[in-house]
Write a new protein. Structure first.
Length: 181
């Protein structure tokens, strides 16, 4: 009777170890989804260097300005409170290409972000109240305190990995839509 129990215990430990290693492919920051089985573009919860997990709170799609075709879909965490907006992606060591953080502000005004305490290069995408891209600051330098302005009024700011905009041909005038979970 003890032999089958040992096999079950070994199998359970092996399966647990496999699940824990599945997120080690450049994605430790602020990741999404629940703890269940993942399929498609879902990403399991992953601890970040600052102790927080990426919490998938919404799905976002980039739409082409030319024909409204979907360019790319990602999972996002929302920064809606002053504290969430202040913390942003600081202290996180990595993020996958299917993740981002959407900062939601109560009003339209010119915005400016910086990279203080942010260890990964980001593209900072500024959006107006209609969720249209009004400007992009590409490849923001990690840990820099240089101001990265929107140059136009924005109500939303989306942070994705540095180079994301070039890789997926995201440009001024494209729009985004997002749906909360």
């Amino acid at each position: 009777m003890q032999l089958p129990f040992k096999y079950l215990l070994i199998a359970a430990l092996y399966a647990s170890g496999c699940n824990n290693n599945s997120g080690n492919n450049n994605s430790a920051t602020t990741t999404e989804t629940g703890t269940g089985t993942t399929t498609g573009t879902e990403t399991p919860n992953q601890a970040t260097s600052n102790g927080s997990e990426f919490k998938k709170e919404a799905e976002l799609a980039f739409l082409s300005k030319n024909n409204a075709d979907t360019i790319r879909k990602i999972d996002i965490q929302l920064a809606q409170t002053d504290q969430q907006r202040e913390d942003g992606l600081m202290y996180r060591k990595s993020m996958t290409d299917n993740q981002g953080m959407l900062f939601i502000f109560p009003d339209m005004e010119e915005r400016s972000f910086w990279m203080k305490n942010t260890y990964i290069s980001l593209d900072i995408i500024y959006l107006d109240d209609k969720l249209e891209i009004v400007s992009i600051q590409k490849y923001a330098t990690p840990l820099s305190e240089q101001s990265l302005p929107s140059f136009k009024k924005a109500q939303y700011v989306l942070e994705v990995n540095g180079g994301f905009s070039d890789k997926y041909h995201i440009a001024y005038g494209d729009r985004v839509v997002y749906h909360k979970q």
